[in-house]
Design a protein around this ligand. Structure first.
Ligand code: A3D
Length: 320
């Protein structure tokens, strides 16, 4: 059987980590693409030179030519500029819109059947622009954010409550920004609702609020510590989980930025919702019922995405 092919557009911090993880997991042949050819080629060679030690059998190449990415099964895009301390994700809009147009032009004819995962920020608007620029169907174009935001939320909760992270069941929805929505009322620990832990005094309302806020600013906290660049290990792990679910038809339900066409009362917009990812791409957008407060918070988050989308349309009226 022919190997699957995974192309990573952008060979920076996240791109390199994606390549390493994809290789170790033997998800398929890996092509690292970057405008800076040496960066892509150097990282591909470096990872390949670890294969004898880690015992993986994966073909890796670096390139600055889209022809080498042709007929990819999965494309993960991180091309773009990351945040510097003090910047919001939205500050990246105009630069990354131009970059995503170049990427869309590069992949649309060479890999029209790929499952395309976008990581470039500001996520919800960039993934929408990518879909429009490339014309690749909505069910095959998805944004990574909710998996990462949820993982941060679970990590902070597991540390606070001193429970294994695998025991926590939770998700974070909405746009990938300061208005993202963790759902404490839908958070379960070892099958018990989080509210029971509050009742038993294991965690106070105030600590929970602090954890929610820390989740919302989880990216900024890392940006501040690193001083140059933004988080890359956890974002790459998140992208790989989505790619693996597609490639292996695992049908995992994961919170991702997906195209909404009536679901959650929203139309023609990308936002973070739970979706089932299998060999058909986004096979289903799962509609969880939201109580009044959750709906209010979700709508605030969607409105923030809409505002940014309006700003993007001013930069490029073709996005209308
Ligand atoms: P970085 O290490 O700078 O890598 C970006 C790479 O993109 C660089 O190697 C550039 O040379 C390359 N590049 C720039 N323009 C092009 C182009 N036109 N075609 C191909 N390659 C190009 O950044 P990073 O890997 O740390 O982050 C990448 C993106 O992910 C940024 O926009 C971040 O803000 C974003 N990000 C998103 C999340 C989410 O959760 C959504 C998390 C962390 C980072």
């Amino acid at each position: 059987m022919q190997n699957k092919k995974i192309s990573l557009i952008g060979a920076g911090q996240i791109g390199g980590t994606l390549a390493h993880l994809a290789a170790i997991k033997e998800l398929g042949d890996v092509v690292l693409f970057d405008l800076v050819a040496g960066l892509a080629k150097g990282k591909a060679l470096d990872i390949a030179q670890s294969s004898a030690i880690d015992g993986f059998n994966t073909s890796l190449m670096g390139t600055d030519n889209y022809v080498d990415t042709a007929n990819s099964d999965v494309i993960i895009i991180t091309a773009g500029v990351p945040r510097k301390p003090g910047m919001t994700r939205d500050d990246l809009l105009s630069t990354n819109l131009k970059i995503i147009k170049q990427v869309a032009d590069g992949i649309k004819d060479t890999s029209p059947n790929a499952f395309v995962i976008c990581i470039t920020n500001p996520l919800d608007v960039i993934v929408m622009a990518l879909q429009k620029y490339s014309g690749i169907p909505e069910n095959k174009v998805i944004g990574m954010a909710g998996v990462l935001d949820t993982s941060r939320y679970k990590y902070f909760l597991s540390q606070e409550l001193n429970v294994p992270i695998s025991e926590i069941d939770a998700f974070v929805l909405g746009g990938h920004g300061d208005t993202m929505v963790p759902f404490p009322n839908k958070t379960f620990i070892s099958g018990k609702p989080l509210s029971k832990y509050i009742e038993n005094g294991k965690i106070s309302h105030q600590r929970l609020e602090e954890i929610i806020n820390r989740t919302r600013s989880g990216g900024a906290e890392v940006v501040k510590l690193l001083e140059t660049g933004s988080a890359f290990y956890a974002p790459a792990a998140s992208g790989i989980e989505m790619a693996e679910s597609y490639l292996k038809d695992q049908k995992k339900v994961l919170p991702c930025a997906a195209y909404l066409n009536g679901q959650y009362g929203q139309n023609n917009i990308y936002a973070g919702v739970p979706v089932k990812i299998g060999s058909g791409g986004i096979e289903e957008v799962i509609e969880v019922s939201l109580d009044e407060d959750e709906k209010k918070n979700f709508d605030v988050s969607i409105n923030a995405v809409k505002e940014l989308l309006d700003a993007a349309k001013k930069i490029d009226p073709n996005l209308e």
